[in-house]
Design a protein around this ligand. Structure first.
Ligand code: ATP
Ligand code: MG
Length: 412
């Protein structure tokens, strides 16, 4: 995916806001490899998920090992905390990442084959307070960015204990309607009927609409946790809706699952997450519970655009130093450098162009001020500081401090 300077400043802004929100709640950044052994995702994400069955970029390396570009973040984070002994440290363990991921999906608005997520994971707490914490992290970022259009949807898909009965009920329900399911889901009926609830095929979606609901099968503990979570969210004024159709596309979830959706188009889920209490152990670590989310950055940008809260591009130079003759070129260059030293965004010509071409460039880059250096200016040690946006001209010494002072005075 190409992200060019006319957009990358938006990404930088989002990333810095995400880092700020994470730092406030004590989350540390984790940076991980772009690809891992395929087996990690088979076991971590789940062999019957769309991601593993259809969407992974898998290749064989020179040693004959099967490797895959990471399709999501959590499996890699869990692999890393096990490998690096972070599971043995003080709990909770709070991590975040901002990374690119790869899925071989049909590219369309809001869905690309390389995409970026801001994600958080909290390990070592079974408490619904931890569920609330990650939900608030996402909500805090939306608030920090001024995004108002997102709505929180919650569900609980229960733990291993509640899952048995639910699985049987689902299996019975879908078996009766087997002929209407897509081929992938016919296979899932035996291996993982829960996955049918997340199938994107219209025919499966229609059948799933009346399927049994996880919330009706929760054990006392899951019910309690889900109630507590809702109480905390309500107490803090965060609005939500319980949506029994949210099951998420990854096998590792247990208990709470959630999505933040916005009306940005067909791909409306900006952020998805939930609890995964068995993943660490299933990947060879200790029994350590976790809860987290992944937020898609392009979809977040679409929501920001819709809500009219995209930041302004602040990359325009404060000042452009042009040269009217070849003798002034080096002086202009050195003055621009000195102005940078004084804390300004300053540019000068690097291409030995005519004055006219230089000024065209300065205009195009929306420079706030300009100075033209010619033989006269060099002789006198003075030049005219021009306000390019509002008009106005001021005599300045060829001295960064004087130039900066005049610019600041005028700005007041
Ligand atoms: P979806 O139902 O939209 O396919 P998912 O269940 O596959 O989403 P997750 O794996 O939970 O999504 O990823 C979390 C978030 O990452 C999504 O809500 C979305 O914002 C973003 N995301 C996922 N896949 C893509 C993609 N191919 N292109 C852009 N963003 C994506
Ligand atoms: Mg998907």
């Amino acid at each position: 995916m190409d992200i060019l300077p006319d957009k990358s400043y938006v990404w930088q802004y989002i990333e810095s806001c995400a880092r700020e929100v994470c730092a406030k709640s004590g989350y540390g950044e984790i940076r991980l490899p772009t690809f891992e052994v395929t087996e990690l995702f088979n076991r971590g994400v789940g062999g019957t998920t769309d991601i593993v069955q259809k969407e992974m970029y898998t290749f064989t390396d020179k040693d004959g090992r099967s490797m895959s570009l990471r399709p999501e973040g959590t499996a890699g984070v869990v692999r890393s905390i096990i490998e690096n002994g972070l599971c043995m440290q003080a709990m909770p363990l709070k991590l975040y990442y901002i990374s690119n991921f790869f899925r071989y999906e049909k590219p369309q608005a809001g869905r690309s084959r390389e995409f970026f997520q801001f994600g958080c994971e909290t390990f070592g707490s079974d408490s619904p307070l931890a569920d609330a914490e990650v939900i608030f992290l996402a909500a805090d970022l939306f608030r920090r960015l001024g995004v108002k259009s997102v709505e929180l949807k919650l569900n609980s898909i229960g733990c291993g204990e509640c899952r048995g009965d639910f699985r049987e009920a689902l299996k019975a329900y879908f078996s009766e309607r087997k002929e209407g399911l897509c081929d992938t889901c016919k296979g899932r009926l035996e291996t993982n009927p829960l996955r049918i609830l997340d199938c994107k095929c219209p025919e499966c979606k229609a059948i799933a609409a009346d399927a049994p609901k996880t919330v009706d099968y929760l054990c006392d503990k899951c019910r309690d946790s889900f109630d507590t979570l809702q109480r905390i969210l309500s107490a803090s004024g965060l609005e939500y809706e319980v949506d029994p159709f949210i099951v998420r596309g990854l096998d590792y979830y247990t208990g709470t699952v959630f999505e933040f959706v916005s009306n940005i188009g067909a791909q409306s889920t900006v952020c998805g997450g939930g609890r995964y209490n068995t993943l660490v152990e299933s990947l060879g670590g200790p029994a350590l519970s976790g809860v987290g989310f992944g937020m898609g950055i392009t979809r977040l940008i679409a929501a920001m655009e819709m809500d009219g809260v995209l930041p302004e591009d602040c990359s325009a130079p404060d000042i452009y130093i042009a040269s009217a003759c070849p003798e002034a070129r080096e002086r202009a260059y050195l003055l621009a450098r000195a102005l940078r030293g004084a804390g300004l965004k300053a540019e000068s010509d690097l291409c030995e162009r005519s004055l006219k071409a230089q000024m065209k460039y300065a205009d195009k880059k929306k420079a706030a001020y300009s100075i033209v250096l010619g033989t006269d200016e060099l002789e006198k040690g003075e030049a005219t500081l021009k306000d390019m946006l509002r008009g106005g001209a001021y005599t300045v010494a060829l001295d960064p401090a004087d130039i900066k002072a005049k610019m600041c005075n005028e700005a007041e």
